[in-house]
Design a protein around this ligand. Structure first.
Ligand code: ARG
Ligand code: ZN
Length: 871
């Protein structure tokens, strides 16, 4: 059941050419495959048995080898697929398979989304379509013919270029697509439906004309322009920054509403969750616009980092995902505010990924084993993987990194390779040893740095002593020291940067040992260190900063990221002591220090408004939970609310005037400047609402009614709904629903606002909404908006001490386990963190995990997560 990296063997057979014919019919679909196969010269295996993967739902109608039809004794069917005995060294394998896309609720393989046929093959969905060598190191040239009813499915798409089409009997038609680039089956795609499109044209650096097409349902045609512009920007950026051009005549994106993840980079034919491609000011928040830009770019960048150079096996997933996330993050940083993007990514990493590293599913970015690969599309593989690539970039510098990526792409174009190949290319191109650095690939867990310093006024030297450690993770008791780039600066008492030995104001220290001391000479007074600038490594860092040090860094550090970080550290310090006070039954008290520091930031007109908003936002409950020894959900919530209210009262005038300053009559634009303005304005509104005053309820209601964009109306909606003004909340929830009833993505936000309501009674509300016409358990976006939002964005209610939240989640997981295992297994996550809570909660959480375990036949997905959590 467990698959190990160490067991990897090259494929025994290869498929040079794959010819597919799909006959799409409502009750069943026929898949006819002609595979030109041959023995792999690189395999030592001399077996004459051909082992093909095929899901148990496949109905094999016919199979032949070199046109000789096989009978039952020539092959064996089992749970995993098909074993054909006595095959020659080279042969044509033909199969006819019957499948049932309408019954496919797992949304893997071929399924229907609102009447549109579409596919999701990564990682192992192709084996739900036909019998095949479904592994990424088997790369084949595909030719695909789709035949379907012409009225219902006028648009028939697959990878590559269309080469032939025609009419068939009974009002049917067909099209043949050919993709000249050999690819693994996970990059195969098919779409058939009544879709409309917008079209544009792109000319690559070397002069190739590319037709750009984005397909969606007719009603969504007005929400595709932003995705198109983002695609064009991404194509240009990859040429400029990585020297990478697009390589086909057509690039297509299709939007579908039923999708397990965000999007999929199928060669020449990306399939997207509507939530990651549709955007319009009226229906999409700023966050939504940024997600569209980022995901469109991510999938485009995969054309090189993923498709042209792909993964040898699924243990190498971070090879393409970590690198591509790094690429899309840098793209977004270049398109918008670099510091804001970094802050957002780090905040996500430090909550979700650090929590994963501290939980039962902790794994290195190159895992050694798995039960179900779908469970490894994780924050670790993606976000930590991107941080690891970023560290290579930091250690090598931009120029050497570019030489390394050029070498990697040139050396491995058309191949299926490993993370080792990537690191090797970086080493070869730069001459820099990454031997010790490789521990980042093999060791799980978040390293902890403890830093102390000493200043000697006689010798004028300043010393930083840095020690590192990494907690044990499942199966990895002891860790080797990491090679860690630590970017630092030193501030003098005026707040200016000292010039460091490298002649600059920021220097990267390279930590290699468990403990190491770095010395700086010619220093005249004890500096304040600015540590881990730009978050140069994905670690936890402890240094005994005083609160005065932190307010000093908040206003003086020349690194924008570090100013935000200082504010976060100050917030964490204050909130942690309040949480401790609550634990001891003390009454909460707070001085003026934090408010005064916030006021300095609010008054500074030179700062980027988006960064001001970030600095003014207290560390999230999720981050405070991640940092806690034992998570006290209620105390964390109460302390944070207390501080928010305290700040609201202390700075009411400033928040109000800033709100006014940020109010504008300009038409909506998703530019960094206008996003920044709205973000600061809504941050101010949230503090004003925290005063509990009626006048600010009115202000929020005016904003709700007058907003010409979803960012402002949704912000007002959630502030009112989450406030004590219950009646007002109910009224506008209803108005909002009636207004947006025809826009599923907006209705999803409506679900999410209610699910994340920290007020009492949210669970009852969620249970009612599950029966609402707007909900559908088979649509992953709905499940995420309602169930996942409740379990992860509403800690106070989810962790209710009567266990009602846990019971609810277990029930949903048990139902979804048979409908959609991938979604079910993702949903379990909050329960897997049971060890982080007090013993009472541990007990009731574990009981619900056990209940899932005992509920009957579990999918591999859910089994892996639940069994590892209980172990
Ligand atoms: N490769 C896709 C992306 O990162 C994700 C697809 C994952 N699909 C899945 N079923 N796990 O863009
Ligand atoms: Zn990806």
């Amino acid at each position: 059941e467990v698959i190990y990296l160490k067991d990897y063997k090259v494929p025994v057979f290869l498929i040079d050419h794959t010819e597919l014919r799909f006959e799409l019919k409502p009750d069943k679909t026929l898949v006819k495959a002609r595979l030109k196969m041959r023995r792999n010269p690189e395999s030592q295996d001399v077996t004459r048995e051909l082992v093909l993967q095929g899901d148990k739902s496949l109905l094999l109608c016919r199979i032949s080898v070199d046109e000789h039809v096989l009978n039952e004794s020539d092959f064996q069917r089992n749970e995993q697929g098909l074993v054909v005995s006595g095959v020659p060294d080279q042969f044509l394998l033909e199969t006819v398979t019957e499948i049932h896309p309408d019954q496919n609720t797992a949304l893997e393989g071929l399924y229907r989304s609102d009447g549109v046929y579409c596919t999701q093959c990564e990682a192992e969905g192709f084996r739900r379509i036909t019998f095949y060598l479904d592994r990424p190191d088997v790369m084949s040239v595909f030719s695909t013919t789709i035949e379907a009813d012409k009225d219902a499915y006028p648009v028939l798409l697959s990878n590559g270029n269309p080469v032939a089409e025609g009419e068939a009997d009974e009002g049917r038609h067909w099209i043949t697509w050919e993709d000249p680039h050999p690819k693994p089956a996970y990059l195969f795609a098919l779409v058939a439906g009544d879709l409309k499109l917008i079209e544009d044209q792109y000319q690559t650096l070397s002069g190739r004309d590319v037709a750009l097409r984005i397909y969606a349902a007719d009603k969504d045609l007005d929400k595709l322009d932003y995705a198109m512009q983002s695609l064009i920007n991404a194509m240009r950026w990859d040429e400029q920054v990585y020297g990478r051009e697009y390589d086909l005549d057509i690039y297509m994106i299709v939007a579908v509403d039923f999708f397990n993840m965000g999007a999929m980079e199928n060669k020449g034919l990306n399939v997207f969750n509507t939530s990651c491609v549709l955007a319009s000011p009226e229906t999409t928040t700023d966050l939504g616009f940024q997600r569209v830009e980022g995901v469109v770019a991510h999938e485009y960048f995969h054309n090189w980092s993923g498709n042209r150079v792909t993964c040898r096996d699924w243990f190498q997933l971070s090879l393409k995902e970590g690198f591509t996330v790094f690429r899309d993050a840098e793209f977004s940083a270049d398109m918008n505010s670099r510091t804001v993007k970094r802050v957002e990514d780090v905040a996500l990493l430090r909550t979700a990924q650090f929590a994963e590293d501290a939980g039962p599913m902790a794994h290195p970015i190159l895992p050694a084993s798995f039960i179900e690969i779908s469970n490894f599309y994780t924050m670790t593989i993606y976000e930590k993987g991107a941080e690891v690539v970023r560290m290579i970039h930091t250690l090598l510098g931009a120029d050497a990194f570019r030489k390394g990526s050029d070498l990697y792409f040139d050396r491995h174009d058309g191949q299926a390779v490993t993370t080792e190949d990537f690191v090797k290319a970086m080493e070869d191109a730069s001459g820099k040893s990454l031997v010790q650095f490789r521990h980042w690939y093999n060791q799980a867990g978040t390293p902890v740095l403890n830093i102390t310093d000493a200043f000697d006024s006689e010798t004028k030297t300043y010393k930083l002593t840095i020690s590192q450690s990494c907690p044990a993770t499942p199966g990895q008791e002891v860790k080797q020291p990491y090679h860690i780039p630590i970017a630092i600066g030193l501030l003098d008492s005026q707040g200016g940067d000292l010039v460091l030995p490298n002649g600059e104001t920021t220097q990267v220290l390279e930590l290699h040992h468990a403990e190491q001391t770095f010395e700086f000479g010619g220093i005249h007074e004890k500096p304040v260190p600015s540590l881990l600038r730009g978050f140069s490594a994905p670690v936890k860092l402890n240094y005994p900063y005083s609160r005065d040090n932190l307010t000093f860094l908040m206003s003086h550090d020349s690194d924008g990221f570090s100013r935000w970080e200082a504010a976060q550290k100050l917030g964490v310090d204050i909130l942690q002591s309040l949480v401790a006070d609550l634990g001891q039954g003390k009454e909460l008290q707070l001085g003026l220090l934090l408010g005064d520091a916030f006021k300095v930031v609010l008054d500074n007109k030179d700062l980027d408004k988006a960064m001001v908003a970030k600095v003014l936002t207290l560390p999230s409950e999720a981050y405070l939970s991640e940092l806690a020894d034992v998570i006290d959900v209620d105390a964390i919530h109460e302390a944070r609310q207390f501080v928010r209210q305290h700040l609201a009262n202390q700075l009411e005038t400033e928040f109000y005037s800033t709100y006014k300053v940020c109010t504008s009559t300009d038409a909506y634009s998703p530019s960094a400047d206008s996003i920044a303005r709205r973000s600061l304005r809504n941050t101010c509104l949230s503090y004003l609402m925290a005063t509990g005053k009626q006048e600010y309820l009115e202000l929020a209601l005016v904003q709700f009614h007058e907003a010409d964009n979803m960012t402002d109306s949704q912000a007002a909606l959630s502030l009112v709904v989450h406030s004590n003004f219950v009646k007002a909340g109910e009224v506008i929830l209803d108005q909002f629903y009636q207004r947006w009833i025809d826009q599923p993505l907006v209705v999803n936000q409506w679900l999410s606002v209610q699910a994340s309501n920290p007020q009492r009674g949210a669970l009852v509300q969620v249970e009612n909404l599950m029966k609402h016409e707007a909900f559908n358990l088979q649509n992953p976006n709905k499940v995420r908006s309602l169930i996942a939002s409740f379990c992860s964005l509403n800690p106070v209610n989810f962790h209710a001490i009567d266990g009602s939240g846990y019971r609810f989640l277990a029930e949903q997981v048990i139902t979804l386990n048979s409908l959609n295992p991938q979604i079910a297994s993702r949903l379990v996550t909050p329960l897997t963190r049971w060890k982080r809570y007090n013993l009472d909660r541990q007990d009731i959480m574990r009981k619900q995990l056990q209940r899932i375990m005992d509920s009957g036949e579990l999918s591999r997905d859910v089994f892996e997560v639940v069994s590892k959590s209980l172990a």
